[in-house]
Structure formats: structure tokens, C-alpha cells
Design a protein around this ligand. Structure first.
Ligand code: PAD
Ligand code: ZN
Ligand code: ZN
Length: 371
């Protein structure tokens, strides 16, 4: 049966979301239809909404950080059933492609990230609105009461998990935390610098702390973010605006010539370079986590790398999604980390534009929309 429900449609770049009645087709073979219960607002949704990413298609239903309950399943779906609590996976795990079978990678040929088909695997969409096809977003599309995803893009989680919190495991938390513990592999006693203290950067801080870092230096141009960063584990915070010298020089002075690990969690190529320069000669590692506009390029003196620094990137924190999302939910249930500190606002779904305003004004870390 087709379901009629509410969704926030992005009709074109820069336009505010419009709450519309849409039709959601039933799941086809190997697909799952989900009732979304809670969805977070991530900076990446804005990158796409603002047209910063080329080849992106409108109209679209954005949203990719969510949790919900399975409503129905298509033919051939055996491991997930109606009533199961689930998290949609913005990086799927097909289990068969060269990336999936390589333990070093968490990407998957079936991801929509970087190519933006905006359609299901049979090249059609399950969404229509006012007679128009509405595109899908990175295998998920969660700014809607109901969505349909492929079974490789959904993980069944603990029946007791609070969906209004664990939705963050669908993107921001896992991305930041995994960047520290998987991608950088931060060691006990190390010194780390985290550029950008939004939901992702603060989750990097949580990861650095769990990994036993001795010093965690938060960097942000908005000093209002410092209190929360310190609550979550930052040992010091600095604002580039309060310093005359370039931030890498300030960090070099603070850390005896550079940090062991630096993380760019803003999405700005100048900061990516600055983070690389801030890592220590001979052994420092810098991880790009922020998503920069498609047209931007990064350039730096290759001597930085030649002399032993490592530059890496991390999508979804390096986690193979289907394997690790349920485990991260269990770790949360066992209180290995907390998510409350990252959630500053909860709003009814209809107030989605207010949620984005709060992010742009620098007033929120994560706003969770409740459906
Ligand atoms: P956010 O907007 O909540 O946080 C960004 C922070 O950066 C804010 O606190 C800003 O004040 C701060 N900032 C802005 N400019 C500067 C600057 N010049 N120097 C220092 N700090 C600055 O975003 P978020 O935490 O949701 O996401 C952060 C980035 O990570 C963003 O680019 C997003 O697209 C990307 C992302 N990547 C992945 C991934 O898998 N790699 C996943 C999710 C998000
Ligand atoms: Zn995200
Ligand atoms: Zn795969």
C-alpha cells in the first residue's frame, strides 16, 4: 500500500524546507519501509541543500541521521521484520564489493555519496509529491515520516534503545568518535587538536578522551562552544579570532612544535591545511572529516608530507556501518559514552527550518526533530 505522510521537501538549492504531503511507495524486493521516529540535523544536510555539492538533484528529501521502526519489508528481506528498531545507513554495507570485503575500508560501491544518483537501485524513487518524482538522499532520506531504504542501508538495533538519542549514531556521533578511535587510532597520552566544535568535532573529543589522550585542544571561532567542549573532554580551547598569529603557530607554541593528531571538522580547505601544518613534523597525523564544497581544492607544500606527516580522510568514522552501528548502540546502552551532551534542542518535525536556523546561528550542537 502507498502511504501518504508528511515530509520536508527541498524543492531547490537555498530554499527553505517545505512541509508537504507526499506518497511513499511500498518497499520493493530487498527494501525496507521505515517509520522515522527521530532525525538529527547535520551540517552535511545543509551542504547539499545549499547547492555546494555539484551534480546534486532536486527536489529531494534530505536527512540522513535518524532512527525509526520498520513498517514493512519487501520480498527477500529475511533479517529485518516489521516492528524492529533500526538506524538507516548513509554509507551502506553490501558485503560483496571490493571495499566491503577489504577490512581496511568502510565504503561500499553501493553508496550514493560522491555520485548522487538520488534513486533506488532500480533507478526509480519511492517518493512522489504533487505528481512529481522526489529524489532520495544518500541511501536514507529521513526528513519524512516514512522512508524506504535498501536492506544493505539499514541496521537493526537493540529493542530498548532510545531512538531520540541513538539517531545520532546514524551520522554525527559515529563520524567524530570513529575518526579518533578508528581512523587516527589516537593513543593514550597523545596530544590532539580538534578544529570545529559542532556535533562532529565534539564527538571527536569524546573519542580522543576514550582513547586516553592527555591533551585535547578545541579550536573554534565561536567561543560559546567551549563550555560544552570542556564538559566532554577538551583540556583547553582556543579561538583563532583571539590570536594575532596563525592558529598553527599558536598550537606549535602550546604543544612543543605540533600535535600528534589533528582533526578538521569544519569543511573548509584553509582549515584542512592549517590542521595538517599543526600536526608534528616526523609523525603527526591529520584527519579530514569536514565536507568542503565540490569545487574547492586543497594545496600545501608537499614537504609537509615528505617529512613524515600523514593526511587521512574519514567517512562515517571508518565504521563498516551494518556491522558496527548495532555495536555502537550497545556501547551506548552500556554507558561507554553519552549522547545527551550533544543534543541541545528537540523540536517537532514541522519546525525543521527553525532547527537549521539554530545551526546557522551557532546556537545548537544537534537539534533532534521528533516525528
Ligand atoms: P557544525 O556546523 O555543527 O559545526 C561546525 C563548527 O565549526 C561550528 O562550531 C563553527 O563555529 C566552527 N567553525 C566554522 N568556521 C571555523 C573556523 N574558521 N575555524 C574554526 N572553527 C570554525 O557542523 P557538524 O559538526 O555537523 O559537521 C562538521 C563538518 O563535518 C561539516 O563539514 C559536515 O559536513 C562534516 C561531516 N562529515 C561527515 C563524514 O562522514 N566525513 C559526517 C558528518 C558531517
Ligand atoms: Zn551527517
Ligand atoms: Zn559494498
Amino acid at each position: 500500500m502507498v502511504i501518504k505522510c508528511k515530509a520536508a521537501v527541498a524543492w531547490g538549492p537555498h530554499q527553505p524546507f517545505s512541509i508537504e504531503e507526499i506518497e511513499v511507495a511500498p518497499p520493493k524486493a530487498h527494501e525496507v519501509r521505515i517509520k522515522i521516529v527521530a532525525t538529527g540535523i547535520c551540517r552535511s544536510d545543509h551542504h547539499f541543500q545549499s547547492g555546494a555539492i555539484s551534480d546534486f538533484k532536486f527536489p529531494v528529501i534530505l536527512g540522513h541521521e535518524a532512527a525509526g521502526i520498520v513498517e514493512s519489508v519487501g520480498e527477500g528481506v529475511t533479517k529485518i521484520k516489521p516492528g524492529d528498531k533500526v538506524i538507516p545507513l548513509c554509507i551502506p554495507q553490501c558485503g560483496e564489493c571490493r571495499c566491503c570485503i577489504n577490512p581496511k575500508s568502510n565504503l561500499c560501491y553501493k553508496t550514493d555519496m560522491g555520485k548522487y544518483f538520488g534513486l533506488m537501485s532500480d533507478n526509480t524513487s519511492r517518493f512522489t509529491c504533487k505528481g512529481k518524482l522526489i529524489y532520495n538522499f544518500v541511501n536514507t532520506s529521513t526528513f519524512t515520516e516514512y522512508t524506504v531504504v535498501n536492506e544493505i542501508a539499514v541496521a537493526k538495533i537493540d529493542d530498548n534503545a532510545p531512538l531520540d538519542k541513538v539517531c545520532l549514531i546514524g551520522c554525527g556521533f559515529s563520524t567524530g568518535y570513529g575518526s579518533a578511535v578508528n581512523t587516527a587510532k589516537v593513543e593514550p597520552g597523545s596530544t590532539c587538536a580538534v578544529f570545529g566544535l559542532g556535533g562532529v568535532g565534539l564527538s571527536v573529543i569524546i573519542g580522543c578522551k576514550v582513547a586516553g589522550a592527555a591533551r585535547i585542544i578545541g579550536v573554534d571561532i565561536n567561543s560559546d562552544k567551549f563550555t560544552k567542549a570542556k564538559e566532554l573532554g577538551a583540556t583547553e580551547c582556543i579561538n583563532p579570532k583571539d590570536n594575532e598569529n596563525p592558529i598553527h603557530e599558536v598550537l606549535a607554541k602550546m604543544t612543543n612544535e605540533g600535535v600528534d593528531y589533528s582533526f578538521e571538522c569544519v569543511g573548509n580547505t584553509d582549515i584542512m591545511t592549517s590542521a595538517l601544518v599543526s600536526s608534528h613534523y616526523g609523525f603527526g597525523t591529520s584527519v579530514i572529516v569536514g565536507v568542503a564544497p565540490s569545487t574547492s581544492k586543497i594545496s600545501f607544500d608537499p614537504m609537509l608530507i615528505l617529512t613524515g606527516r600523514t593526511l587521512k580522510g574519514s567517512m562515517f568514522g571508518g565504521w563498516k556501518s551494518k556491522d558496527y552501528v548495532p555495536k555502537l548502540v550497545c556501547d551506548f546502552m552500556e554507558k561507554k559514552f553519552e549522547l545527551d551532551g550533544l543534543i541541545t534542542h528537540k523540536l517537532p518535525f514541522e519546525e525543521i527550518n527553525k532547527g537549521f536556523d539554530l545551526m546557522h546561528q551557532g546556537k545548537s550542537i544537534r537539534t533532534v526533530l521528533l516525528l
